[in-house]
Every structure is written in structure tokens, then in C-alpha cells.
Design a protein around this ligand. Structure first.
Ligand SMILES: Cc1ncc(COP(=O)(O)O)c(C=O)c1O
Length: 446
């Protein structure tokens, strides 16, 4: 019997290995710390806009996401004509590969880079080249050394998932300068909002001033809209035009677009999320390091924890944590079998992880009395509690992280830079395009 056969190479692609989905059990609280979602959830303003847009589900969206592009343009000081929106940044990264990679071409990323780059590269029959990293960090010289006459693209997540490491902007500029002009550099800034180091910049200046650099960003992380699938990309007009030709004609939904516009406006929510993340990222790093484990310094909303290869292994830790309702990300598919990735969670989740890892490292047994319905509530909480969970005082009293409200607000990731491009305008003044002023979507040109 004959049957349809996919193009050569498609079945050689390892499917995207997502993090574990928590196994909910009645009376047991589970914390999903495996997908780099924000523990604070979306802005209430975004939720409201989403709900309002839900009254028009019969309408097709306006196909170019014009209002969202205008809002992004205003917030980031960009020309909306240089912006394209997508169903998550996954959509745009995949479309870039479709537009620019062909059989026998090569695309470079680094050893532990975001899985999608390899999938998107191989899908188009191109070769994926992983340049070696230094200390789990992209190495510009190694990337440049991997360039051949066949290289068409370089993928760089900055900060990178799953390592959490980043390249200072000076290094990114050095990379761009060292690449041939016909090589498209895709800077993936999914985690840029969490960076606190002053030498970082998401790279909009390069997307604006060169013919061969794009920056992608997402509403799935700090904006807490992962379920709605909204992402965007800025770049030279010829790249935006090429990708526009092959994207789905209605690839951004009306609720997604309006929620995203409201999320951009709610800078207070973004600041709160960033501050929460910074405080607890630092605390988790310090506490877990003190347990004798190695943590790669992170500028993202997650940390990479390295375990010994024998005895106290990552796999054993993963099983123990999962048993306690703490779901982290195993990284076998990222060639990091001895590490786990931990998303910064609520105060409650963070404390429980550190307590569990302490027990794991010291060999203490799981205190069975804790795993009762009286401690675990039926549903997982995403709000940061103001104090340690009931019944858990004895554990959490051992270490005292700062309360979020006592910490001064950290500086914006981009505010340290002197370039105008890196300073979101929405942080300084009210946007003229308001999600609340849009009660009904524009009709689709269909
Ligand atoms: C580095 C990186 N880029 C892009 C994405 C995709 O995000 P989106 O939800 O916008 O598709 C992720 C998601 O985890 C990511 O880690």
C-alpha cells in the first residue's frame, strides 16, 4: 500500500520535547516550574481586554495586526512598518527559516541553544551547526569560526534558553560585524525583560540600522500571555516583506492582539514581575549554591542547576521534586542530562524547591505528614503569598529571602543603555493607542 511520505529529512527531526505537564492529583498542590511562565500571571488590564475582545469571536482579525504593531512601534520607538507579528515568536522564527534556508544551506547556533532553531533549520533541508559555548555562554569567536560559504543564518537567543546566560551588546555587535553581509542574524530576545546587567541590550538598534539583523520578542514571558500565542519581530523592510508573504494571513487572534496591547501599557505590572524575578532568581541561586550544587548565573526567569553525574543525579532530583509536586525541566533533549532548569516561581514554590533540594542533598526523607490534603490545596496557586505556606514554617524559617516589597525596584534592563532604541517609550509616557479605546476589531479583508 502506498501512502503520503513527508519530504526527506522530516522524520529525522527529533520532535520538540516540551517540559513535563504536572500530573494534577486531588488534594495535592502542584507547581509547574518547567516552562518559564511568569508566576505573577498577566496584567489585569490585559485580562480585561482579552475578555472584552471575546465578545467578537465571530470576526476574523485584521490581518497585519496593525494596532499591535503601532503599539509596539510607539512603546519601543520603532517604525511599525518594520514590525511583523506572529502566533508566538515560534511562528516568526519558523517562518524566517522557511524564507531564508534551503537544502545544503547552513544555520549556526550554539551547543545548548533553544531547540526550535534546530527544528526550523532541519525542516528546510539545511544543516544545523552548533558552535561550542564557553561556560554555557555563546562564544562569538566560535560562532564566527563556524561560518562557511554555505552559512545563511545565525540564531542567537540572548539571554539563552536553557542556560540563562547572555552576551553583552558589545559582543553582539562584534558578532554582527564579523558575519558576512548575506548572513541573517536572528536575535531572539524572549527573556530580555528580565536582564539586570547594564551591558545588555536587546539589539533593536541593529534591527533598525542593518540590512541583515532581526530581533524577535514574545508576549509569553514577562507579559504572561503564553496561552494566547503572540510574538513580534522587527527588522529591515525587505526581511519583513519576505516573511509577510508566507505567514498565515490571520496569524494573530483578536483577543491575543488586544491583550498584548494592554500588556504593553501596563508597565507597572512589568516592573513588578521583573522585580519579583530578580529577587527570587538571586535568592534561589544563592540558596541552591549553598547546598553544594552548581548554578549557572542567569539573567533570565529561570536558572540552570547542575547535579553530580553519580549519586545525587539530576534524574533522581527530578523524581524527588516531582514527587513533591515541584515540576522542573529535565534537559536531556538539550544535551544537558546532568542539569535541571528551574523557572523562578512564587515565593511559596521557590521556598519549597530549596527545602526539597536541601533534603535531597542531605538525604533527608520526604516528611510524609506534609503531603496531605491539609497542606496541599486542590489547585496550584500562581500568586506570590506574603508569608510561608501554612504548616511549612519549620522549613522556610531556615532561610530568609527578602520580601519582594522591601527591595528597591531594580533598574530596567534597557534603561542602562544610552541608545534611544533601547528605551521603551511606554515607560515614559502614555501610549496614544489604547487597548481600552478599541472596542471592536477592524473587519478582516477576506
Ligand atoms: C529562547 C526562546 N525563544 C522563543 C520562545 C518561544 O516563545 P513563544 O511563546 O513566543 O513562541 C521561547 C519559549 O520558551 C524561548 O525560550
Amino acid at each position: 500500500m502506498t501512502r503520503p511520505v513527508p519530504k526527506p529529512g522530516i522524520l529525522d527531526i527529533a520532535p520538540y520535547a516540551a517540559g513535563k505537564i504536572p500530573n494534577k492529583q486531588p488534594g495535592r498542590k502542584v507547581f509547574k516550574l518547567s516552562a518559564n511562565e511568569t508566576p505573577l500571571g498577566p496584567s489585569p488590564m490585559a485580562l480585561e481586554s482579552f475578555t472584552r475582545a471575546g465578545r467578537h469571536l465571530q470576526d476574523y482579525p485584521e490581518g497585519t495586526a496593525r494596532l499591535l504593531r503601532q503599539a509596539l512601534g510607539y512603546a519601543f520607538g520603532l517604525d511599525p512598518r518594520r514590525i511583523i507579528c506572529g502566533a508566538g515568536s515560534d511562528d516568526l522564527l519558523t517562518l524566517l527559516a522557511h524564507a531564508y534556508l534551503d537544502r545544503d544551506d547552513e544555520a549556526i547556533s550554539t551547543t545548548h541553544s533553544f531547540q526550535l532553531y534546530k527544528i526550523a533549520t532541519l525542516t528546510n533541508g539545511a544543516r544545523f551547526v552548533a558552535a561550542p559555548e564557553t561556560n554555557f555562554t555563546a562564544d562569538v569567536d566560535a560562532i564566527l569560526a563556524a561560518v562557511t560559504p554555505r552559512t545563511r543564518m545565525v540564531w542567537l537567543a540572548n539571554p539563552n534558553n536553557p542556560t540563562g546566560t547572555y552576551l553583552p551588546f558589545a559582543e553582539v555587535k562584534r558578532l554582527r560585524a564579523g558575519l558576512p553581509d548575506n548572513v541573517l542574524l536572528a536575535l531572539d530576545a524572549a527573556y530580555c525583560d528580565y536582564v539586570s546587567n547594564a551591558d545588555y541590550n536587546m539589539g533593536l538598534e541593529l534591527a533598525n540600522s542593518t540590512e541583515n539583523t532581526v530581533v524577535t520578542h514574545t508576549f509569553s514571558k514577562i507579559h504572561g500571555l503564553a496561552a494566547l500565542r503572540v510574538g513580534w519581530m522587527v527588522g529591515p523592510p525587505h526581511v519583513i516583506e519576505a516573511v509577510n508573504r508566507i505567514r498565515g494571513p490571520f496569524n494573530v487572534s483578536i483577543p491575543g492582539m488586544h491583550a498584548a496591547i494592554a500588556a504593553i501599557e501596563d508597565t507597572a505590572h512589568q516592573d513588578k514581575s521583573k522585580q519579583h524575578n530578580r529577587i527570587w532568581r538571586d535568592w534561589l541561586t544563592t540558596e541552591i549554591t549553598a547546598l553544594g550544587l552548581t548554578v549557572t548565573p542567569s539573567q533570565a526567569n529561570f536558572i540552570l542547576i547542575h547535579f553530580p553525574e553519580t549519586d545525587k543525579t539530576a534524574q533522581a532530583a527530578d523524581e524527588m521534586l516531582t514527587d513533591r509536586g515541584l515540576v522542573l525541566r529535565g534537559l536531556g533533549s538539550y544535551s544537558l542530562p546532568h542539569a535541571l532548569r528551574l523557572t523562578v516561581g512564587t515565593e511559596e514554590a521557590n521556598r519549597l524547591v530549596v527545602d526539597a533540594l536541601r533534603d535531597f542533598m542531605t538525604g533527608s526523607k520526604w516528611p510524609r505528614c506534609i503531603s496531605t490534603a491539609s497542606l496541599w490545596s486542590a489547585s496550584a496557586s500562581s500568586a506570590a503569598p506574603s508569608r510561608a505556606p501554612p504548616g511549612n514554617r519549620a522549613w522556610s524559617a531556615r532561610s530568609s529571602p527578602p520580601r519582594a516589597r522591601r527591595k528597591p525596584a531594580p533598574a530596567s534592563a534597557n534603561s542602562a543603555s544610552s541608545t534611544a532604541w533601547s528605551r521603551p517609550i511606554a515607560r515614559r509616557s502614555k501610549m496614544p493607542i489604547s487597548s481600552s479605546s478599541v472596542s471592536r476589531s477592524e473587519p478582516a479583508a477576506r
